[in-house]
Structure formats: structure tokens, C-alpha cells
Write a protein that binds this ligand. Structure first.
Ligand SMILES: NC(=O)c1ccc[n+]([C@@H]2O[C@H](COP(=O)([O-])OP(=O)(O)OC[C@H]3O[C@@H](n4cnc5c(N)ncnc54)[C@H](OP(=O)(O)O)[C@@H]3O)[C@@H](O)[C@H]2O)c1
Length: 201
């Protein structure tokens, strides 16, 4: 992969497959240095990408639902600084159903993964992001309350709506405390790509 390196660094959380993998590919294509995470020790397609990345892709491990793993990642990356922290990791409930039908454990799994954990990652890793940098999460159009005219995927929708609210609040608090300092750009992104999750949505 011979693209001229540029002096930009991204930490991409949840990149073993799907959109996260595609983002890793794209940032490499644009010459960035990429630190991307997977869960566990199994080889993923990201590992194959690392092999052809000219050393510009490093793979880290974190399960964002395990706070000790997030602090472990923070400690391993303590000397590093990033232009972009992008939390892409997310799940959808299985099987789909109304809010009342979904098993409590499944409801909790989706909410903890999609809404609580991204904010934990941000709060723990935010100091690794340059003051001129960006903190972003992968939200979803399905998290938009006003656009919900068809219903369906309620638990997933609820988790992304909660994520949007938490991000809005995080940004508001950061603005209040930033005063005249440089403030990091804080963003929720949504997408409509064709991944294994998109097939289920
Ligand atoms: N696909 C769409 O149509 C669509 C539309 C809007 C928004 N989104 C959002 O975009 C993001 C990616 O979607 P996708 O379609 O690419 O999904 P995907 O193919 O199912 O990939 C999900 C990624 O998140 C990782 N992940 C899941 N739980 C995790 C955890 N607890 N800790 C760390 N990593 C975890 C997965 O790792 P493993 O391989 O270990 O499971 C995988 O790398 C999600 O946040 C999703 O909600 C997707």
C-alpha cells in the first residue's frame, strides 16, 4: 500500500469488519497512520490489511463494554496523540422485536454497547486527542427521533438516540468548560452503507 504518509493519526475503535474496516482502509489510502481495534485475539481481515500497510496500521484490542479494557488501552497508548478518535463499534439486537418483546439482557447489551460504552471510551481516552482534533462516534439515521415515521428496530433506534443525546451533552459541557481554549470538534456521524448490520436493519 504505497500512499505518501501524512502527519495525521486516527484511533479507530471497532474495525475488525464492516464500516470500521472500511474506514481503516480509507484513512490508510489517504496517508494517515491508523491505530485500529478488534476484540479478542482472533485474526480478522484487519490483520490482513495490516500486512500490506507499510507499517501505517497498528492493531490494538479492546471490548468497549469492559471498562478495565478501556483503561488498559489508555495506558498502552499513553504517549500517543491523535487527530481523530472515532468510535465505530456498535451492535443490533437479535432477534428484532418491539421494546416489550426484547429480552432484558439483550436490551441491556445493546444499550451498554451503543450508548454507554462510547461515552466511557471518550471520557477515558479524550486526553489522547489533540486540542485541535476531533472526537467522533458512529451514530445512525435511525437514532433521529424526528425522522422516525415507519417505526421498527426500536431498541437499536433507542440506543442511537441515547448516544446522540449523550454526545450533545458531552459537547455542551466541553463548550462550557473550554472558555477561550481550543476546543476539540465533537461529532456524531450516521451512515447508510451495505454491511452485515445493514442487511438486518
Ligand atoms: N450498517 C449500517 O447500515 C449502519 C447504518 C448506520 C449506522 N451504523 C453504525 O455503524 C457502526 C458499524 O456498523 P457495521 O454495519 O459496520 O456493523 P458490523 O459489521 O456488525 O461491525 C461492528 C463492529 O463493531 C465491533 N464491536 C461490536 N461490539 C463491540 C464491543 N463491545 N467492543 C468493541 N468492538 C465491538 C465489531 O467487532 P467484532 O468483529 O468483534 O464483533 C465490529 O468490528 C455501528 O455503530 C452501527 O450502529 C451502521
Amino acid at each position: 500500500m504505497s500512499h505518501s504518509p501524512i502527519d495525521k493519526n486516527v484511533l479507530l475503535i471497532g474495525a475488525s469488519r464492516g464500516l470500521g474496516y472500511a474506514l481503516a482502509q480509507e484513512y490508510l489510502k489517504r496517508g494517515w497512520h491508523v491505530v485500529a481495534t478488534v476484540r479478542g485475539l482472533n485474526k480478522t481481515k484487519l490483520h490482513a490489511l495490516m500486512d500490506i500497510s507499510d507499517g501505517r496500521l497498528e492493531i490494538e484490542t479492546v471490548d468497549i463494554t469492559v471498562p478495565e479494557q478501556i483503561t488498559g488501552l489508555r495506558e498502552r497508548l499513553t504517549s500517543r496523540r491523535f487527530d481523530l478518535l472515532f468510535i465505530n463499534a456498535g451492535v443490533i439486537n437479535q432477534p428484532d422485536g418491539t421494546v416489550g418483546e426484547v429480552a432484558t439482557e439483550e436490551f441491556v447489551r445493546v444499550m451498554v454497547t451503543n450508548a454507554l460504552s462510547p461515552l466511557r471510551v471518550i471520557e477515558i481516552l479524550q486526553d489522547l486527542v489533540l486540542s485541535t482534533g476531533t472526537i467522533a462516534v458512529m451514530s445512525s439515521g435511525q437514532g433521529c427521533v424526528a425522522n422516525n415515521v415507519n417505526g421498527g428496530h426500536e431498541v437499536y433506534r433507542g440506543s442511537k438516540a441515547a448516544l446522540n443525546t449523550f454526545m450533545r451533552s458531552f459537547a455542551a459541557c466541553a463548550l462550557v468548560s473550554a472558555k477561550n481554549d481550543h476546543m476539540k470538534h465533537i461529532a456524531s456521524w450516521s451512515s447508510q452503507p451495505w454491511t452485515s448490520m445493514a442487511v438486518r436493519l
